[in-house]
Design a binder for this molecule. Structure first.
Ligand code: CA
Length: 453
């Protein structure tokens, strides 16, 4: 579940947010009509699965940027040609998921691959947002205000859900607000088609086979209707962007009508999202973390996700809560996150931060959720400024930085332009040797000093 290469909610949220913000209005090619009414009568035919059809457009026709063999243009073409056989081959597994043959036949008869997804799957943007730009984009006055309205409008539901699952209602509202701007849905690609495509074409087939089967199960059980089951290119659907398998594990029927309808039923939506966090380890009555102030001369090597300490221990290292308030509990355990280096704010992240990250494995996302929740509750903006003069390195600059570090003998793994754990560790080691603060922040000035060596 890394920042991008694993197509889980982190990647999905990013792509969705962009889709929403830019109102991209991507054309849907070759619309699927996945209703039983439109499918051939399965009992009357000997075969099962989609009929062979020529593959239609939507895909640029180029090999993927990752260089993965399954993303080579020829491999994509071959997999697309084999799509009907691939889907039909999933029938035995679908049967083990309790899906009837008639249902399988009806829902898959009209499926064609949506190859436009292949361009998304291997997208490696040259420019990425800074932590602060990302937060500015997600935590806005408008979203805070709308969140308070939503909380007031559905107060009885939030009351009941909070009683049952113990998850802070503001966090649920923040997820809803950030995933879909409090909408009913986000994304308009049929989830069954997207997951079927990814289950049969490209480099993540094993992962998406489960998502496809779970999507099929949702339709078979009638929790959602096909026209409701629409979402992002990677199959996340509904106002809080459930993945099909996550829906399967965590969705609940809170309004008692027999369907787990996280798209059309506000009680089901709120309770299912709360249950997701509850099962992800949410600690009732605790917050996600605190903005903190580091003392002068602080050892930045301690700011490492692997280094968990109690608040009391962090205090012994000189850490104070921003704004001078006391920490409510000294025995809470957390790690120190310094996302923009020594000249930006710092945070101690508690267990609930990790529960949010299970929902979407991105620290920037989880901090945005936590902060938006606090703002809805009436909390203040962060007290320490972000280093807004800093420029986020482009992908090619990050690659160059890795090559310099590698040339100097630091282990960065295979240079890939991404700032993973190895690169950060190497960067810190370099910073320390160069007599700089080892905060692991990939700034333009670090790149410049590497270039000079
Ligand atoms: Ca229901």
């Amino acid at each position: 579940m890394g920042r991008y290469p694993t197509p889980t909610r982190g990647a999905i949220a990013g792509s969705l947010l962009l889709t929403g913000l830019l109102a991209a209005g991507c054309a849907q090619n070759g619309d699927v009509r996945p209703t039983a009414a439109l499918a051939a009568d399965p009992a009357a035919t000997g075969s099962i699965g989609p009929a062979a059809k020529p593959v239609t457009g939507g895909w640029g026709g180029e090999s993927g940027a990752t260089g993965h063999p399954a993303m080579a243009a020829d491999a994509i073409r071959a997999a697309a040609a084999n799509f009907p056989a691939c889907i039909a081959g999933l029938w035995p597994e679908a049967a083990r998921h309790g899906i009837s043959r008639a249902s399988f036949a009806a829902h898959t008869a009209q499926l064609t691959p949506d190859l436009g997804i292949m361009d998304r799957l291997d997208r490696q943007p040259e420019f990425t947002k800074s932590f602060w730009d990302y937060l500015d984009m997600l935590v806005t006055e408008a979203r805070t205000k709308r969140g308070r309205e939503i909380l007031a409008e559905h107060r009885p539901v939030f009351d009941a859900v909070e009683r049952q699952y113990g998850v802070d209602r503001h966090v649920i509202a923040a997820i809803w607000g950030i995933e879909s701007n409090f909408g009913r849905s986000a994304g308009d690609r049929p989830v069954l088609r997207s997951t079927a495509t990814l289950a049969c074409v490209g480099r993540r087939q094993a992962y998406f086979r489960d998502e496809f089967l779970a999507a099929l199960e949702i339709l078979h059980r009638g929790d959602l209707k096909p026209e409701q089951l629409k979402g992002s290119w990677a199959g996340a659907f509904g106002p809080t962007q459930f993945m099909p398998t996550s829906f399967k594990r965590h969705a609940v029927d809170f309004d008692g009508d027999g369907r787990r309808d996280v798209v059309g039923s506000i009680p089901d939506l709120i309770a299912s999202t709360a249950n997701n966090l509850h099962r992800g380890g949410w600690q009732s009555g605790e917050t996600w973390g605190y903005e903190v102030v580091l003392p002068k001369g602080f050892d930045h090597l301690l700011a490492d996700r692997a280094r968990q300490m109690t608040i009391r221990e962090w205090q012994r290292h000189g850490i104070r809560r921003a704004g001078g308030k006391a920490f409510p509990r000294g025995e809470d355990t957390g790690y120190l996150l310094v996302p923009a280096g020594a000249h930006g704010p710092a945070f101690v992240m508690l267990r609930n931060f990790r529960a949010i990250m299970k929902y979407n494995p991105s620290e920037a996302y989880a901090l945005a959720i936590g902060h938006l929740a606090d703002r809805m509750r009436g909390g203040e903006p962060f007290m320490q400024p972000w280093p807004r003069h800093e420029r986020v390195l482009s992908r090619s600059e990050r690659l160059e930085m890795q090559q310099h570090l590698s040339r100097m003998g630091y282990d960065v793994g295979e240079p890939d332009g991404r700032l993973g754990a190895k690169t950060r560790t190497a960067l810190r080691a370099f910073q320390q040797r160069a007599g700089k603060v080892p905060d692991g922040f990939a700034s333009a000035s670090v790149l410049n000093s590497l270039r000079r060596l």
